[in-house]
Design a protein around this ligand. Structure first.
Ligand code: SF4
Length: 296
């Protein structure tokens, strides 16, 4: 368990650049408050607004940005560094390819999320959907090209693609699966974890989309869920002796934060004579093994 490669690489790039020159990150490099505080301590400036940028070098976040946004930064004479995740680039290319081939682009995702804005800002016409009612509100088109925000649960994306197909049976509907592999793996593991655990602790930034989605998936599969940013929020009365406790984390959660939660839970388990609380990771094999051990 740990950060996804996209976030890890973006952070490493920010650290390297900040070590040699003043750097401003435009937007939240990741949606995790602990990681952002660490960047500030390293001297990295974080700005949401281009007008507020005062350093020659500007770093674009792992979530990516539109060509419009990149040009606006370059037009002000800034040196541009892109920490955009390669899998976000894949999603951008899929959408561009739909447009070139004459498909109306539909993105399954959160309209106001920075990644979705980056995917759509260059487009003249597009739709963003996240619910069945939003699909039902789509205007008819001959050809739809559907792509997804990289951190959406794939089952939701597929369900909405099916609904588009049902609603427009005579339209051509193409789907590019742009949900990233680390998101799919975490979602699968979270489902397995929620099936065996009574309580699942989900660690990640309050504004992190994939952390929120993990929490929702665990709830849907029957577990009681506590979403926290770090171990300091944990409370003993959330847990009871004999329960299986699951632990999972969003793609931008630092390993040290996850370890802090794990240590807290282990300490609680020790106080409750070792057999009462089982700690599982979001690794499905481990989750199953731990559940079996506890049942004995
Ligand atoms: S969550 Fe997926 S798309 Fe986003 S940075 Fe990580 S690997 Fe890349």
């Amino acid at each position: 368990m740990g950060m996804c490669f996209g976030v890890r690489d973006a952070l490493a790039l920010a650290h390297r650049e900040a070590a040699t020159q003043p750097v401003t990150v435009l937007g939240d490099l990741v949606h995790n408050e602990i990681v952002l505080d660490d960047l500030r301590r390293r001297g990295v400036r974080l700005e949401q607004d281009l007008d507020a940028v005062a350093t020659p070098t500007v770093l674009i976040t792992a979530h990516g940005a539109s060509e419009k946004r990149l040009s606006a930064v370059a037009a002000r004479g800034h040196r541009l560094i892109e920490a955009t995740c390669p899998l976000v680039h894949v999603a951008h290319r899929a959408v561009r390819s739909f447009v070139t081939q004459g498909f109306h682009p539909v993105i399954v995702g959160r309209r106001d999320h920075v990644e979705v804005r980056g995917m759509t800002e260059d487009l003249e016409a597009f739709d963003v959907v996240l619910s069945e009612s939003e699909v039902d509100a789509l205007a008819p088109r001959d050809r739809f090209g559907v792509a997804a925000q990289t951190t959406q649960p794939i089952h939701r994306v597929r369900a909405l693609v099916d609904r588009i197909r049902q609603r427009f049976p005579s339209s051509e509907v193409r789907f590019a699966d742009t949900v990233c592999l680390p998101t799919k793996q975490r979602q699968d593991a979270a489902e397995n974890l929620a099936r065996v655990a009574d309580v699942v602790v989900v660690v990640g930034g309050a504004n992190s989309n994939n952390t929120r989605e993990l929490a929702q998936t665990c709830r849907q599969h029957g577990a009681r869920v506590h979403q926290i940013v770090s171990a300091t929020e944990l409370r003993e009365d959330w847990f009871h002796p004999g329960q299986i406790v699951g632990l999972t984390a969003g793609t931008s959660t630092p390993p040290v934060t996850i370890q802090g939660v794990e240590h807290w839970l282990h300490a609680l388990s020790d106080r409750w004579t070792h057999e009462t609380v089982a700690i599982t990771s979001h690794n499905p094999a481990l989750a199953t093994a731990t559940a079996t051990a506890t049942a004995r």
